[in-house]
Design a protein around this ligand. Structure first.
Ligand code: AMP
Ligand code: MG
Length: 334
């Protein structure tokens, strides 16, 4: 398949492709998404195929007006309305009960649907012009780092999708916070730059964190259901080609250990890349993390040494969630 690379002023052409059941990768403020008409099961099936994504992994449905959420869910609680008022447009996905018209293909067979209104102007224009909600997971091949720049998307999806809409680099750099609001207590299923603290301040209620976010699925003592059947396979997401190790500890020790391991490995003929963010610079870390992984892969490094971020619940925690998966939970404590 020939993939058209479209410029911002060709958004109408991109929208027509979506409306006709095709696939278009497009920028949002979080990462690039691979979009299809969310209500067209055949179109959505092609997204799974292009990405090589397991079909039980649900997609986020993107809308251009907050009021369009009513097409997708039958029940808007006061909490949901408060979340929409405070955080949309923006990087917060709400998991809500789905209406019957939302295909199983889009929700991975679940009776809930993830919905978000992005704040990227280009994304909003694309959705508006397409005239349908757009289902879009990240526009990478399944298992690879998420794409935050158009060249990352081209690298993974050229020849596999109808078009790639070229826009600016993504402002946020990691995927949206996913918040389940179907139960009694709103629960974060995936951390992002909108944190539990932000959400609690907005709705005046306690927010829970899915306990799975605090579990190392590769640890021997973790539950049976988390036990890896094939370590480094089942749990590797966002994975660079290079081997990756996280170094965790006090700043001084982390820096020293990274330096020590770098010298050691280079002496033995390995090309080593380092990811070490400024202390407390969590927003910058979110912005740069996936781009750094992809750049290091392009440079052909064999080993990536990454310094852990010291944050247990904020934006740094969201970056660490990606970093741990990228490294297959390979971590050295110093
Ligand atoms: P991606 O943006 O590629 O990571 O894909 C979307 C992610 O959103 C999925 O991996 C899920 O973690 C989450 N998601 C979307 N819809 C739902 C849902 N109905 N229930 C739980 N999680 C969801
Ligand atoms: Mg993804």
């Amino acid at each position: 398949m020939e993939t058209k690379i479209l410029k911002e002023n060709q958004v109408a052409e991109a929208a027509k492709i979506i409306a006709d059941g095709g696939l278009v990768a497009f920028p949002t403020e979080t990462v690039y998404g691979l979009g299809a008409d969310a209500l067209n099961a055949e179109a959505v099936a092609k997204v799974y195929e292009a990405k090589g994504r397991p079909s039980d992994n649900p997609m986020i449905v993107h809308i251009a007006r907050a009021s369009d959420i009513g097409q997708l869910t039958p029940m808007l609680s006061s909490t949901i309305v408060a979340l929409i008022d405070n955080f949309w447009p923006g990087p917060l996905t709400l998991v809500v009960k789905r209406k019957d018209g939302v295909p199983d293909r889009t929700t991975g067979g679940l009776d809930t649907v993830g919905v978000r209104m992005p704040d990227s102007k280009l994304a909003l224009e694309l959705i508006n012009r397409a005239g349908c909600p757009i289902a879009a997971p990240s526009a990478n091949l399944s298992g690879k780092p998420s794409p935050t720049r158009v060249q990352d998307v081209i690298e993974d999806l050229n020849g596999k999708v109808d078009a790639i809409l070229e826009g600016p680099d993504c402002r946020v750099g990691i995927e949206s916070t996913v918040l389940d609001v179907t139960g009694d207590v709103p629960t974060i299923l995936r951390p992002g730059v909108i944190t539990a603290e932000h959400i609690e301040a907005a709705i005046g209620r306690k927010v829970a964190i899915d306990p799975a976010l605090h579990i190392d699925p590769t640890a021997e003592e973790s539950d049976e259901e988390f036990a890896p059947k094939s370590p480094g396979m089942k749990y590797k997401h966002y994975a660079p080609k290079a081997d990756m190790t996280i170094i965790e500890g006090s700043r001084d020790r982390v820096q020293a250990e990274i330096q020590r391991l770098k010298v050691l490995n280079e002496r033995l003929g390995n090309k080593v890349g380092v990811i070490l963010f400024e202390e407390q610079a969590f927003i910058e870390a979110a912005h740069d993390f996936f781009a750094n992984l992809r750049d290091l892969d392009r440079e052909g490094v064999d080993l990536i040494l990454a310094g852990a971020l010291s944050d247990t619940d904020g934006v740094g925690f969201a970056v660490m969630n990606r970093m741990l998966k990228s490294a297959g939970y390979n971590i050295v404590r110093v």
